[in-house]
Design a protein around this ligand. Structure first.
Ligand SMILES: [Mn+2]
Length: 246
């Protein structure tokens, strides 16, 4: 089976459309399908910050739940949106405000349908994916080798938020440990979550969050080919959002 793992979309529906065409998918009614039956994998954070979060929910729901032509795992933004839809008292900031704005501007019947679709998508999603036939694990913020197979609280927090220290830098961003440096496994770990200017390969890990919503690019990682495909972002560039590694 061929997989196309797609980095954090964050509501950048137009760039996703362009990426699907670059990957030779075709639009069939409201979804995208590949003539060779390749499977798109969304690695979380499909909404927030970008212009079309509601359209992203509808598309991913259709592809994953309704037509079962794609796979999806949640990111931290998905987790927060889910808690918002549950009625929990979450802070509507850090990008969630754009999704909530779009949602509140929908007619009531459409609000109900979008909320129901997202909750169903989220509830059916595994925490991370083991793509056996591609020898790869897909997890939103990555995963340590000895966490694979586990689903406890510690692993759950790691795959959603990454290897955070609980401390913040001068700009208020969480300080993270670089878990990828210590990865020694032979399976690919495909992840996103931390925006980088170029796909970042360390051992057999690859970060494909190339910060589309911050004006850089949207990236897919193709397996088993081990090839990245990127398309340019149409969003304004925000250099300060990108992580630099030495
Ligand atoms: Mn994230």
């Amino acid at each position: 089976m061929g997989y196309d793992v797609i980095g954090d979309v964050h509501g950048c529906f137009d760039e996703l459309h362009t990426l699907f065409l670059a990957l030779e998918y075709r639009r069939r009614q409201r979804i995208y399908v590949h003539p060779d039956g390749r499977v798109p994998v969304f690695l979380g954070d499909i909404t927030d910050r970008g212009p079309y979060s509601v359209a992203m929910i509808q598309l991913v729901y259709e592809m994953v739940v309704k037509h079962q032509k794609a796979l999806y795992i949640p990111g931290n933004h998905c987790n927060k949106l889910y808690r918002y839809f549950l009625g929990n008292n979450v802070q509507v900031r850090h990008g969630l405000e754009t999704t909530v704005d779009e949602y509140r501007n929908l007619p009531r019947f459409e609000q109900q349908s979008v909320r129901k679709q997202f909750m169903e998508l989220y509830e059916q999603a595994p925490l991370y994916l083991d793509l056996h036939d591609a020898n790869a694990i897909v997890a939103h913020a990555g995963i340590k080798e000895h966490y694979i197979g586990r689903h406890d609280k510690k692993v759950r927090s790691f795959v959603l938020y990454g290897d955070v220290t609980g401390k913040y830098d001068a700009d208020g961003r969480p300080i993270r440990r670089d878990w990828a440096q210590h990865y020694k496994g032979d399976r690919w770990i495909v992840y996103g979550h931390t925006p980088v200017m170029e796909p970042r390969i360390v051992h057999k890990t690859i970060n494909i969050d190339t910060g589309c919503v911050f004006g850089n690019a949207l990236t897919a990682y193709r397996l088993p080919e081990e090839k990245t495909v990127s398309v340019s972002s149409e969003q304004p560039f925000a250099a300060e959002k990108f992580q630099c590694f030495d």
